[in-house]
Design a protein around this ligand. Structure first.
Ligand code: NOJ
Ligand code: CA
Length: 550
C-alpha cells in the first residue's frame, strides 16, 4: 500500500441507491435534494464516505447503469447544481464522495452510440464493438447477462454490436485509443470537481477476445451460452493500469473495482499493491449462486483466503450487501424470530474483519427481503430475465416466482424505510417500487431512539472502529471454535486486541473454554436487548466482542 493511501483504512463507506433513498418532490423517485436532506442520517451513523450509485443522465433501462451523459445529471435526480450542493455539504461533514463509474458500456442513447450506429465510417464508428453477421446470424453464441443474445443487429451498418448486459447497454470498445482518451478525461473532470473515489462497474470485461470464439459452456434455456473467456483477460488489466496512471494516481482517489473473479488469486490480480490497479475489489457473485453455496464456513474461509493473499500489500472491501444482492439479514441471517440478533451479528462480523466496511442503505436498520405477490411487481430487468429463463426451462410459474423472490435485486431496492408514515416517509407520492410492508416495524425513526436497535449497533461498531487500531490496522487470526457455525476471530495491533465470537445458527453453541482465557471486558453483544453476554454458551445468532486482557 502506498503511504499516501493509508487514509483508505479509516473509511466506512455508505452506499446510496439514489432512486430508492429519499424523494424530495413527490414524483415517487428518490433524488439528489432528497439525499441532501438526509445527510444528518449519515453523520449520525458516523460514516465518512458515500458511494453514490449512478446519478448521470440515463434512460434507466438498468437504473442508471446505462449512462447517456457522463457529465450530466439524470433529470429525475436533479441538476448539476444539486450535485455541487451535495458535494459541498458532504465536505463540510467530512464525508468523501465516491462516484459509481460505468465504463464497460454506455447507454444506446449516448450520443457516441447514436453516431457510431449511423454508418461504418463516422468518427465514432470504432467506439463500440461491431462485427459482421456470420452466415446471416450473430457473430457467436454468447448470451447477454440480462437474457437473449449478446449481439444486436443494426440495419444502418448491416452489423451487430456487442452488449454483455442489456441491448440498451452496448459495450464500449476499449481497444480504440480515442475512446480510452474520452473516458480518462471524463473521469478526470469528475476528480477536478472534487470526487474522492470511484467504484468502477463491471471492470473485468474491458478487453474482448477480438475473434469472439463460440462459448463451450452449456446453453441457457434461451439457447445462448455465457462467454467462457471474457473476464480478467491480460488486456483488461493493462487498461485498468492505464486508468490508474491517468486518473487514479494523479488524483489520489480511492478506487474499488467491481470484479468477476472466480478465484481468490484472480481477485488479488486487481488489488495487490504491486499491480497498481485498484485499492479494493467487490467480487460479483450471481445471487442465486450465493444463495445455493454460502455457509458460515465459506464466509470464514473466503475472508481468510483473501486475507492471507495480501496481508501486507493490499486492502479489502468488506460487505454482505449491495444493490445487486438480496438483503443480508434474509440471506445470511434470519428475518423471522432472530431478526434483530442476526442483523447485529452480521454487522459485527463485517466490522471486525480487516478491510473497509461497506454499509448498503437500509442495512443499518436490518431491512429485509420483500415478497411481492406477482412478477409484475418486480421492476429489475435481471429479475424478469431470470423468471423468463425459469419459465423457458419448463418450471412451474409459482416455483419460478418463489425463486425470484429469493434472488431478486429488487429486494435491495425497495424504498428506504424512514418512518412509519405512509410509504415509509420515502415519498409523498407513489413510489416507483413498492415499499416493503414491514416498514411500520422496521424504520429509521423507531431505531434511532432505541439504544439497543440494529441502528445503534452499527453506530457503536463505527465508533469502536474509529478508536481501535486493532480493528482498522490489526492482524487477523481465525480461532478453531470446534464447530463450523461458530466463528471465532482475533484482531490485534501493537498490544491492543479484540476477540470476536459469532454463532451463525439457530442452535446454541459453546465457546471452548481455552479460547476464552484471554477474554477481558465484553465490548458488545448482539443480545444487548436481553441480558447481554451471559456465558460461553452462545444463543441463536448471539455474537460477542471481548477486549483481550492486557
Ligand atoms: C454491476 C452493477 O452493480 C449492476 O447493478 C449492473 O446491472 C451491472 N453492473 C451492469 O452495469
Ligand atoms: Ca423525486
Amino acid at each position: 500500500m502506498q503511504p499516501s493511501k493509508d487514509w483508505i483504512k479509516d473509511l466506512v463507506i455508505y452506499q446510496i441507491y439514489p432512486r430508492s433513498f429519499c424523494d424530495s418532490n413527490g414524483d415517487g423517485i428518490g433524488d439528489l435534494p432528497g439525499i441532501l436532506s438526509k445527510l444528518d442520517h449519515l453523520s449520525d451513523l458516523g460514516v465518512n464516505a458515500l458511494w453514490l450509485s449512478p446519478v448521470y443522465r440515463s434512460p434507466n433501462d438498468d437504473n442508471g447503469y446505462d449512462i447517456s451523459g457522463y457529465q450530466e445529471i439524470m433529470e429525475e435526480f436533479g441538476t448539476m447544481e444539486d450535485w455541487d450542493r451535495l458535494r459541498n455539504a458532504c465536505r463540510e461533514r467530512g464525508i468523501k464522495i465516491i462516484m459509481d463509474m460505468v465504463v464497460n458500456h454506455s447507454s444506446d442513447e449516448h450520443p457516441w452510440f447514436i453516431e457510431s450506429r449511423s454508418s461504418r465510417d463516422n468518427p465514432k464508428s470504432e467506439y463500440y464493438i461491431w462485427r459482421d453477421p456470420v452466415d446471416g446470424h450473430e457473430p457467436n453464441n454468447w448470451a447477454s447477462c440480462f437474457g437473449g443474445s449478446a449481439w444486436e443487429f443494426v440495419p444502418e451498418r448491416g452489423q451487430y454490436y456487442f452488449h454483455y448486459f442489456s441491448k440498451k447497454q452496448p459495450d464500449l470498445n476499449w481497444a480504440c485509443p480515442e475512446l480510452r482518451e474520452e473516458i480518462f478525461s471524463m473521469m478526470d473532470w469528475w476528480v477536478q470537481k472534487g470526487v474522492e473515489g470511484f467504484r468502477v462497474d463491471a471492470i473485468s470485461y474491458l478487453d474482448k477476445p477480438q475473434d469472439f470464439p463460440d462459448s463451450k459452456l452449456p446453453p441457457r434455456p434461451d439457447g445462448y451460452s455465457f462467454p467462457d473467456y471474457l473476464s480478467g483477460r491480460p488486456g483488461t488489466h493493462a487498461y485498468i493500469r492505464e486508468m490508474n496512471r491517468r486518473v487514479y494516481a494523479p488524483g489520489n482517489v480511492m478506487t474499488v473495482g467491481e470484479v468477476s473473479a472466480p478465484t481468490v488469486e484472480e481477485l488479488g490480480n486487481y488489488v495487490r499493491t504491486e499491480r497498481e490497479e485498484f485499492d479494493m475489489a467487490i467480487p460479483f457473485v450471481p445471487p442465486i449462486d450465493e444463495i445455493n453455496s454460502w455457509s458460515p464456513e465459506k464466509l470464514r474461509n473466503d475472508a481468510w483466503e483473501s486475507y492471507i493473499l495480501m496481508p501486507k500489500d493490499g486492502w479489502w472491501a468488506r460487505f454482505l450487501s449491495n444493490h445487486d444482492k438480496p438483503r443480508q439479514v434474509s440471506l445470511y441471517g434470519d428475518d423471522g424470530e432472530y431478526w434483530e440478533a442476526s442483523a447485529k451479528l452480521l454487522a459485527m462480523f463485517i466490522h471486525t474483519l480487516p478491510g473497509t466496511p461497506f454499509i448498503y442503505q437500509g442495512e443499518e436498520i436490518g431491512m429485509t427481503n420483500v415478497s411481492f405477490p406477482s412478477i409484475e411487481d418486480y421492476d429489475d430487468l435481471s429479475t424478469r430475465d431470470n423468471y423468463n429463463q425459469y419459465i423457458l426451462s419448463g418450471m412451474d410459474p409459482r416455483r419460478a416466482l418463489s425463486l425470484v423472490r429469493l434472488e431478486s435485486r429488487d429486494n435491495a431496492r425497495t424504498p428506504m424505510q424512514w418512518d412509519s408514515s405512509e410509504n415509509a416517509g420515502f415519498t409523498a407520492g407513489r413510489p416507483w417500487l413498492k415499499v416493503n410492508p414491514n416498514y411500520t416495524k422496521i424504520n429509521v425513526e423507531a431505531q434511532k431512539q432505541d439504544p439497543r436497535s440494529v441502528y445503534s449497533c452499527y453506530k457503536k461498531l463505527i465508533t469502536m472502529r474509529g478508536k481501535s487500531a486493532a480493528l482498522s490496522r490489526g492482524d487477523l487470526r481465525f480461532l478453531d471454535a470446534g464447530c463450523p457455525e461458530l466463528i471465532g476471530l482475533a484482531r490485534s495491533f501493537e498490544g491492543e486486541g479484540l476477540l470476536v465470537f459469532l454463532n451463525f445458527s439457530k442452535e446454541s453453541h459453546t465457546i471452548p473454554a481455552g479460547l476464552l482465557e484471554s477474554a477481558g471486558d465484553v465490548l458488545m453483544s448482539s443480545y444487548d436487548r436481553e441480558d447481554g453476554y451471559r456465558g460461553p454458551e452462545l444463543r441463536p445468532y448471539e455474537a460477542v466482542i471481548f477486549k483481550i486482557k492486557a
